[in-house]
Design a protein around this ligand. Sequence first.
Ligand code: ASN
Length: 344
Amino acid sequence: SPITPYVLTRQDVSTPQNASLPNVTIFATGGTIASQGTTNTQTVGYSVGLGVEDLIDAVPEILNIANIQGYQISNVGSPSINSTILLKLYSMVQAELAKPEISGVVITHGTDSLEETAFFLEMTINSTKAVVMVGAMRPATALSADGPLNLLQAVTLASSPKARGRGTMITLNDRIGSAYVTTKNHANSLDTFYSAEAGQLGFFINQVPYFYYEPAKPVGLVNFDLTNTTALPKIDVLYAHQDMDPGLFQGAILLGAEGLVVAGMGAGGVSSAASEVLETIYNTTSIPLVSSRRSAEGFVSPGDYMIAGGFYNPQKARILLQLAVAAGRSREEIREVFALNYPS
Ligand SMILES: NC(=O)C[C@H](N)C(=O)O
């Protein structure tokens, strides 16, 4: 069913839109940025409930930056974001960016799975306009809530001509990161999307985005056209550990998984028992098996029958595998997609 937009109007002037300002559309999905606690010191155990109009109304200053309209895509904690929501977001964002009058879009999202949605959009949206994902680590009711300034910065970024050609970006706590590599690093800290390895594109100084580099594309970037896609395949991530039950791999396949990502130990290690089961799956099915790492950073090298995840962490590898399977790529073609992010 069509979603009605919420348009923020200027209460102090008679004309709601300012023709000299860029137009930015906000898609709200839920998360801490849309959450409320019962006291202003509560920073855990709060609940999602604020709508896109509340988020926008809380920062009237954004009217000095852009003409804003907002759509409510979902209103959930980001662990509950699923491929149905992703496909809805994809088609609405793609359609919005195709409108000549739109400068860019902002997606408000819980931070827990924000990087997965961001990576999904990075690999599917076909536009040079800015796609900015933003969240918050403190609920809207907290002392020093971070959501309002994060949202103001996200709208500023989506309005900026300098943000074009940079793919999907994640902004939080003054930082601007590339969706291709940025990861949630800390469960509680405001600076959770800080990434020491790569992916920091810029920083806000007094709310002005400063980019360290000219626009550049990550080497492994691919574009999947989802125009005719109505569902995404089931891909599971299995986390390796001492005494892992190798039956979990077969169990996932029995439950309908069309691909598996293994969050292996170190640079992708699994026990010899697990490896035997995975090799049997490889030899008896055409299911793609991707080897990633439970270590926070690093590279998984190509070696055996497993498709090496390279630099992709398990959750990004899962999205890439999901898109490649949805595109009908064979196991060997999927290996080539992943190989784009290996050194050559
Ligand atoms: N900071 C956050 O947004 C966390 C929240 N649990 C979510 O991802 O929805």
